[in-house]
Design a protein around this ligand. Structure first.
Ligand code: DAH
Length: 336
């Protein structure tokens, strides 16, 4: 039995075979155990010798089993280390954490610049009444100037605001009779053909300053300071006479093109100038509608397009990229 056990132990090459061998010889019904139990039925004089031989055999087999087990474990471990190896030098995959939209980033820069000049952010509603979007801004029903804005009507008297200018009226009525210095950022909507230059939804940043000594020179200073903070200290400004129903006089604000410095290029359409705002002195009727006496108070207002500003800053030539939700575009801007 000893010879048979040792040679079949040598033939066991893995843990399962080794375990089976152990059962076969040393388990509860194993050959050695069965032999030991059979000793009681031997003649009395043979029992001590048989018992001693059985015990020795069991000790020997346990000892050899332990030795073989150590060998097999070492072999199996060595194989596992090779086969189950993990290459810990592979670079990890960085989780995408999301980021700020380029327009959000542009708006935040604008807030910071206007904050330095004392303008607070004032929020106003996107769904507006005809009264605030047009009428109180000096455009009675049927006024031809309403054609300047292609309007989404929610009902006869409710619109999606076509500009942030109604925020001026809400701010005035909130602050009156105190002076006002606010910017009103937010979304605007126009019932327009979507093209590379215009979206049906876009943002504006409205500005409004009301006080007792405010002149067009203040407006010019604020516009120039904004342009130089946003686009560089060498920016030159140009103010062109224009028309808006809610300002008198009205101007359009241009700065020299940051791409070509005024030489003429694609961005400035070869004029050397890019328009950054519509603006003017708040019309007396608008002041009065806001609760201010135009004999005592004056003010300036402006409206800017952050998409326009983001396009100029980042050399983006199609406004539709901003709302196309293409991550290849969006990921090029600030990650958090
Ligand atoms: N609301 C005008 C627009 O959407 C922009 C504008 C022009 C705003 C002159 C103003 C302003 O506050 O004074 O076209």
């Amino acid at each position: 039995m000893e010879q048979a056990a040792l040679s079949s132990l040598a033939a066991a090459t893995n843990s399962e075979e080794l375990e089976a061998w152990h059962q076969d010889y040393l388990g509860r019904k194993g050959k050695v155990t069965v032999f030991m139990r059979s000793i009681g039925s031997l003649p009395a004089e043979e029992r001590p010798q048989a018992g001693q031989a059985g015990n020795q055999l069991r000790l020997l087999l346990e000892e050899r089993h332990t030795a073989r087990q150590t060998e097999i474990r070492e072999v199996e471990l060595a194989r596992a280390l090779v086969e189950e190896t993990i290459d810990v030098t592979l670079p990890g995959r960085r989780p995408w954490t999301g980021g700020l939209h380029p327009i959000t980033l542009t708006l935040r820069r604008m807030y910071a610049i206007f904050a330095e000049m004392g303008f607070q952010v004032y929020r106003s509603r996107e769904v507006e009444s005809d009264l605030y979007n047009f009428e109180l801004l000096n455009m009675p029903p049927e006024h031809p100037a309403r054609d300047m804005w292609d309007t989404f009507y929610v009902s006869d008297s409710v619109v999606l605001r076509t500009h942030t200018s109604p925020g001026q009226m809400r701010a005035m009525r909130d602050y009156c009779p105190e002076p006002v210095r606010v910017i009103v950022p937010g979304k605007c909507y126009r019932y327009e053909q979507v093209t590379a230059r215009s979206e049906f939804m876009f943002h504006q940043v409205e500005g409004l300053a009301i006080g007792t000594d405010i002149t067009l020179a203040d407006l010019k200073g604020v516009m120039a300071t904004f342009a130089r903070r946003m686009f560089g200290p060498e920016r030159q400004m140009r103010f062109r006479a224009s028309y808006f129903p809610f300002t008198e006089p009205s101007v359009e604000v241009d700065m020299d093109c940051i791409i070509c410095g005024g030489e003429g290029c694609r961005v400035c359409k070869h004029t050397g100038w890019v328009e950054i705002a519509g603006a003017g002195m708040v019309h007396p009727t608008v002041l009065r509608n806001g609760g201010y006496d135009p004999e005592q108070f004056s003010g300036f207002a402006f409206g800017m397009g952050p998409e326009r500003i983001a396009m100029i800053l980042n050399d983006v030539d199609d406004i539709r990229y901003f709302y196309g939700n293409d991550l290849r575009f969006l990921r090029q801007f600030g990650n958090l």
